[in-house]
Design a binder for this molecule. Structure first.
Ligand code: IVH
Length: 693
């Protein structure tokens, strides 16, 4: 165990000193974990320190204070929440939905400031851009740096006292980290539940036979409004600061801008979201909006837009409020991602591995700018659990590039609609083979294997896709036609197609025939890892395929590998090894591979071994961001892996290098913050040069 003493180890501290030490330690651990996303101890170490503190506080009750981390675990249940009058009202924001709304907001701001003689003509206003968190607003009151009260927004004037519940949120400091703080400091922000926590909670709700929550916002609200704070303590809520209320009794000058205020709160240990930006004029605002819209699905929690605030606090005060909203700020909302429509029917789709997925056929509907006609229903149990019937009016959700899904039925419509229950098929709808559902699995599968035309089509579609053989012009529809017309039965057949065969395809003129022939020819130079991935071996994804290629170097060697050989490969366990051996033992698969080799697909890769000299980047982990001068990000990643390095998608304290090109964004900021080394493409190339150290 690590040294848990902050002070001199050889002098035994008094209980009072030890309590102080332990509190400081836990505070540091919490901050590292919750505020900086960079844990510094194991859970076991953490628990041990917490237990020691609890024991001391039990033994010496006088040493127990309200800012002790032991007070986070929840206390005696309340019979009701008491009311709290907000000293500074908690207002709401007006909304912008379109570009034009943002332009007129900026115009109102500029004109308002010019009228008062605050802004010289032709000067643009600086804004602070932040996320519009989709959770619940709370006010945290710190007196002399100690959290004394937390309240919900309520009607903006009077909210509810949720102090006991807020204390359980580990990212919220019970004591601010500063040597000087205002006598009264109220910070405001949003309580949220992360997607991961939401999934976990709903799984638990189901397991206990309770109703799942409809979305993370409801789950966060339900968790915060618990009279029994022990329940809240189990729910891992998050908090992000975006503003303030009353500030009293501070001799130092306060920061002059919104962004500097938020930075100050962050320095005092309050969590703030990284996604923030300041800049002048409407262009900054729209660029921020578009950027956040692009990364929205990568965020661990829900947002429903972004917020723009005039940055200078003096200007904010000048602009003031109209009724209940500030004139200096606006929320720019994303288009709705959830809409309702009619569930016309439920079809069964057969996937590459035979999985039977129920797919909703919907009355076409626009969800966030995209017309949706199909949505996944996941599996039979989900349909039953959500009580979805054919003919129902249903809520459909789309999140970025993810397949749209049916969220729930709107049962109030049932009385006026004709609905019928969904009945699962009893045989494969494509090939009439038997279907099976293995114990512990949620999905039914067709047992027809490659006899099933649907499985055959899907496995070929997978094989020619971008990350596999990458055959341009051979999309889903063309593959389906080829199989239906009997031109191909398996992947290898593609390489024996003649121009005459292609001429039988609908809408295929001379030009498309030539292009496709060329693309097929080109794909014969595929890299080994892509070819292995293309084979569609169960449990072999892109990264396992890469490891296999690097370890075995050729298809022949891979086919000859035994379970023991495979188990030596990075991250390959019994299940994957068995799946690979079974795949190559199958006569049909051997025949396809022989045909592929005969057609000229027989890539070799330099086997990477400890003495092959291409391990310059071994043990090093890289993240790539921005546009590089000559390599694409995928190519640079390949290069790093070829030299033994690892490429990760997110920057953390374990990242060794950030390879940054132009227009690098939040990853660059994070790397700078964490002190991760930032290198250019040229730096990378010099690291892997033959004579480089
Ligand atoms: S500022 C006077 N900033 O949106 C300005 N609010 O409609 C008050 N919200 O009740 C709010 N993210 O719950 C602000 N970055 C952000 C926000 C934000 C979410 C919520 C907050 C508030 C509501 C206002």
């Amino acid at each position: 165990m690590k040294n848990l003493n902050l002070f001199d180890e050889h002098v035994s501290p008094t209980p009072e000193e030890r309590v102080k030490e332990l509190k400081a330690l836990i505070h540091r651990y919490d901050e590292a974990y919750y505020v900086y996303d960079d844990p510094i101890v194991t859970d076991a170490d953490y628990d041990q320190v917490m237990r020691e503190l609890q024991a001391l506080e039990r033994q010496y009750p006088d040493l127990l204070t309200i800012d002790s981390p032991t007070q986070r675990v929840g206390g005696t249940p309340l019979s009701a929440f008491s009311s709290v009058s907000h000293r500074v009202p908690m207002l709401s924001l007006s909304n912008a939905f379109e570009y034009a709304d943002v332009v007129s907001f900026n115009r109102r701001v500029v004109e308002g400031l010019q009228e008062e003689g605050y802004l010289p003509l032709h000067e643009e206003v600086e804004y602070d851009c932040s996320l519009k968190f989709d959770g619940l607003a709370v006010n945290l009151r710190y007196e002399n740096g100690v959290l004394v009260q937390a309240s919900t927004r309520g009607d903006g004037q009077v909210g509810e006292d949720v102090t006991a519940n807020i204390r359980t949120i580990r990212s919220i400091p019970l004591r601010l980290k500063a040597t000087r703080f205002p006598r009264v400091l109220e910070v405001r922000g949003e309580v949220l539940m992360s997607h991961a926590e939401f999934q976990k909670l709903n799984a638990k709700q189901l397991a206990m036979g309770q109703k799942p929550f409809a979305n993370p916002r409801n789950a966060a609200a339900g968790s915060l409004r618990q009279l029994d704070s022990k329940i809240t303590a189990k729910r891992s809520l998050s908090f992000y600061t975006y503003g303030w209320g009353e500030i009293q009794g501070f001799d130092d000058p306060l920061p002059l801008t919104q962004s500097a205020m938020i930075e100050w709160f962050h320095e005092m240990g309050l969590p703030v979201a990284q996604e923030r930006k300041t800049g002048k004029g409407v262009d900054t605002l729209t660029a921020f909006f578009e950027h956040i819209e692009r990364i929205r699905d990568e965020l661990p929690f829900d947002i429903d837009g972004v917020v723009y605030k005039v940055n200078k606090i003096e200007y904010q005060q000048r602009l003031g409020f109209i009724s209940k909203s500030p004139r200096f700020a606006i929320a720019h909302k994303f288009p709705a991602q959830e809409v309702s429509t009619t569930l016309l029917d439920i079809d069964i789709q057969v996937g590459r591995t035979g999985a039977l997925t129920p797919v909703a056929r919907l009355e076409p509907v626009n969800v966030g700018g995209v017309t949706v006609t199909n949505a996944t229903l996941h599996n039979e149990d989900e349909i039953r659990r959500k009580d979805i019937r054919i003919g129902d009016k249903v809520v459909v959700r789309r999140a970025g590039d993810v397949i749209p899904e049916v969220v729930r039925p709107l049962t109030v419509w049932r009385e006026t609609l004709e609905t019928r229950p969904f009945v699962m098929v009893s045989v494969c709808p494509e090939c009439q083979s038997a279907i099976e559902r293995l114990p512990g699995e949620a999905v039914w599968r067709c047992t027809g294997g490659l006899f099933c035309p649907a499985q055959r089509k899907q496995s070929i579609i997978h094989a020619v896709s971008r990350k596999a053989l990458d055959i341009d012009g051979l999309g889903e529809k063309v593959v389906i036609q080829m199989v239906d017309k009997g031109l191909i039965k398996n992947l290898a057949d593609i390489f024996y197609l003649s121009k005459l065969d292609l001429a039988r395809l609908d809408h295929f003129g001379q030009k498309s025939i030539d292009n496709l022939m060329n693309a097929i020819e080109k794909s014969k130079h595929v890299k080994l890892e892509n070819l292995i991935f293309a084979l569609g071996i169960r449990h072999v994804g892109e990264s396992t395929a890469r490891d296999l290629a690097r370890t075995f170097g050729s298809l022949e060697k891979l086919m000859a590998a035994t379970i023991e050989d495979l188990l030596k490969v990075n991250d390959i366990g019994q299940v994957v090894a068995t799946s690979i051996v079974h795949f190559f033992a199958e006569a049909h698969n051997q025949a396809v591979i022989q045909q592929l080799i005969k057609a000229g697909l027989n890539p070799q890769e330099n086997q990477v071994t400890a003495d092959s000299g291409s391990l310059k980047l071994e043990q090093l982990s890289f993240v790539i961001t921005g546009t590089l001068p000559s390599y694409s990000r995928d190519e640079a990643a390949d290069l790093i892996r070829e030299h033994g390095g690892q490429v990760m998608s997110a920057v953390s304290s374990k990242t060794d290098y950030l390879l940054a090109g132009e227009k690098a964004g939040s990853k660059l900021e994070k790397a700078e913050k964490l002190g991760v080394k930032i290198i250019s493409e040229a730096d990378l190339l010099s690291m892997i040069q033959p004579n480089a150290e």
